[in-house]
Design a protein. Structure first.
Length: 286
């Protein structure tokens, strides 16, 4: 009998008498030699199963890569629908972890006593009472490492001004949607300001009225072209649009933007727009 004639034989051994007469055939299984002996296997299905088993046993385990650090966020809003919608959007981002939702400033402070997220996204009014500013001051005093983003429908100049004077870094109007909240979170983590466009003039006025010392005009160090780029940035034109309007390349626009940030000591377009409003460059602009 030839080797491997039995359907389950892997490595059969033949035993016989001293005269050489075949007495019996008994399979002997040597699992350590399975990979080298599968060519004598006549049953294709079993062969595949054993091959798969050997592969699973001998393969190296590949551990998943460690995820990037997540930004933890607490949501404070007395409208559940708004909070739920914002939570769903932020959870879809790869860098955000919503650690909780609360409805009142008191609940927020209680939550922060036991867990401190990276960012608190808060409404300004609760039950028709403007409590956002006092909450912001309490958070800044008790938990100085927590950043605060205001997300509100309120655009009244006096309330926004109070937020600016208190030191709020970000104020997003709800009409702009959840995407802008995500951008605001990224901005405050980078220690930058983020205000909705129509709030920038209020930001400028509040800063000017809050400043008692006469400061030198930083625009005196700007070239005429840098001033032109500055105005267009304040009017929310993108790099490509500015390049077309001024008949220059996009790389040149970016160079002007970099020079503006350096000369004005700001880190974003919001900072550039701040100075454009503050020093009246938009008066008479198209």
């Amino acid at each position: 009998m030839s080797r491997g004639t039995g359907p389950f034989a892997i490595w059969p051994s033949t035993y016989g008498s001293s005269s050489g007469k075949l007495l019996a055939q008994r399979p002997r299984y040597n699992l350590s030699r399975v990979p080298n002996r599968l060519r004598w296997f006549n049953n294709g299905l079993i062969c595949k199963l054993i091959t798969l088993a050997v592969a699973l046993v001998t393969r190296k385990l590949v551990l998943p890569k460690q995820p990037y650090p997540m930004t933890s966020v607490l949501l404070l809003d007395d409208h559940p629908a708004t909070a739920n919608g914002l939570s769903i959007y932020l959870l879809s981002a790869s860098d955000i972890e919503v650690v909780g939702q609360v409805r009142t400033p008191a609940d927020a402070l209680t939550f922060l006593q036991r867990q401190q997220p990276d960012v608190l996204v808060s409404d300004m009014c609760f039950d028709k009472q403007v409590e956002g500013i006092n909450l912001f001051l309490s958070v800044r005093q008790q938990f100085p490492n927590i950043r605060v983003v205001f997300y509100s429908m309120i655009d009244k100049s006096n309330i926004v001004r109070d937020a600016v004077v208190a030191g709020a870094q970000a104020y997003v109007l709800k009409k702009y949607g959840e995407e802008k909240v995500h951008q605001a979170i990224q901005a405050v983590l980078a220690n930058e300001l983020y205000y909705s466009p129509e709030l920038v003039p209020i930001l400028v006025q509040a800063t000017m009225s809050n400043s008692k010392d006469e400061e030198p005009n930083p625009l005196s160090a700007l070239t005429q072209r840098e001033r032109e780029v500055m105005v267009l940035i304040a009017q929310e034109y993108g790099t490509g649009q500015i390049a077309k309007k001024l008949f220059i390349s996009e790389s040149t626009v970016q160079n002007h933007r970099t020079n503006l940030m350096t000369k004005l000591d700001v880190k974003s377009n919001v900072g550039i727009a701040f100075f454009a409003f503050k020093y009246g460059l938009l008066k008479g602009a198209e």
